[in-house]
Design a protein around this ligand. Sequence first.
Ligand code: SF4
Length: 470
Amino acid sequence: MTHETINLLEKRKRQVHEGGEFAMEAEKQSLAGSVSQRSCSFCGSRVVLYPIADALHVVHGPIGCASYTWDIRGSLSSGPELHRLSFSTDMQEKDVIYGGEGKLYNALIELIDEYKPNAAFIYTTCIIGVIGDDVQAVAKKVQTEKGIPVIAVDSEGFKGSKKEGYKAACDALFKIAKESEVEKSQAEGQDIGGTGDISTLDLQTSDSPKINILGDFNIAGEIWVIKDYYERMGVEVVCSISGDGRVEEIRKAGRAQLNIVQCSGSVSNLAKMLETEYGTPMLRASYFGIEDMSKALYDVADFFDDPEIHKAAQRVIKEEVTKLVPQLAPYRKDLQGKKAAVYTGGAFKVFSLVRSLKTIGMDVVIAGSQTGSVEDYKLLAELCDPGTIILDDTNPLELAKFVKEKDVDLFIGGVKERPIAYKLGVGFCDHNHERKEALAGFIGMYNFAKEVHTSVMSPVWQFAPRRANR
Ligand code: SF4
């Protein structure tokens, strides 16, 4: 099929910007028949909570939902690795008819006894929403019996796209953070109710300025890179949600003075709840590319308004950039003028990728996301060169059409976009959560340039039938 025969679906035309006056629509339900790249609500919850390494993750539903999301991200842990196991109640026909509450209860008791987790998340899937199991009641019963937080995550797949799942995950995280404050008050002698064991909760705090890092998932160890920068500035990271996450740390989230929010689509609801509850303000940040990484550090220094932190931020950035720029030069020379397509889950990352690609001399000719807002796309159109195709909630056929029309050299996306790139004989960089290379921070910019260069300059593409006849 050539691109001339691929037409946009009539009802999707306003979700594609091909230049001229900007009049895009976004944040709509996916069009039936469009084969959206978005995933379900359950998947959205699962990916946000997944990196909490000392918690039990139980998928209440058919085995397919669990296998679809098993070990879905390259989220590393510096300690326990319970998150890498995926447990399921494996709902069968009989359970659907008679209900699965008993099966869920037995599974939780057995798993908690076996693995001794610090919390348990129960993910509800489509069929549970349909048959109406009282998952909250089971969670409450097990929490009382076992003395750890047992949280029902309202993530029935049919509730919407992964965006609704993010909201359910934020509600679950907030529940853990909030319960700790109840416990803290109990420890200080105020009887305001609540449950749980306070014996493990460290109530000591230091005098250093404190932040939480929200929305980083420690893919290939990225959160360790970012934490190191902040610590070199004299700023303490109270908790990271959810990369290399621990229940104990999440319980202390209310003690930070500032929440840094990356991947704002997935965790902005949590940041808003923490702001309302504890008055903790939030700052958006991106850790991809030289400009955005530097800005993330300077913004924290500005917030604390401390000359020592400012000086330390300058020192960190100078050290890192001085090392990085000469390393990028040979890649930039080869990649100058090559064309890239970028399609990610959230829109915020696309801004950083456009800047990062400019840093290594490449032009972005296609840019889009699954869940961006009209405002995001307007900013993206301004950031990109005129004529760049901007896409909201696109599908494989549209992507293939534009990749061919624009004759791109590189596609940046996730697991669902990889086959599109390879079938069309185009270099590919995985910037989604399956990636095995750290792409955040200054070192991440180097890894990114190296990976892009390796793929784009590979001699293999000359043998792809479409490109062999160029
Ligand atoms: S749509 Fe429903 S059945 Fe499919 S993976 Fe999501 S929760 Fe499971």
